[in-house]
Write a protein of this length. Sequence first.
Length: 116
Amino acid sequence: QVQLVESGGGFVQPGGSLRLSCTVSINMFSLKYMGWYRRTPRKSARELVASIFSGGQPKYADSVKGRFTISTDDRENTINLQMSNLKPEDTAVYYCTVLYRRTNCWGQGTQVTVSS
């Protein structure tokens, strides 16, 4: 079982920035898929924010393209999400996920609130 722990969430004004990190409990070289999802107050289902396949190019939701950047740090075993020019509609609980041995593993989530 893979343990994922998100951090970096908080309260920010519109136009501000936050950096989310997800610490992974295993060596990330064995992971084929990593991503960030979010659940907004108006939706019950989680939606894709950004994802990356090992050795591939990142993929982003249209709503965050040009504002969010996903990256990985194999030395620190983290999956990061840099969020800039945040908007109120970005308010959500953000979850990181990885695919490990054909199982999707999820963190507990971190709250991001964008409000003036």
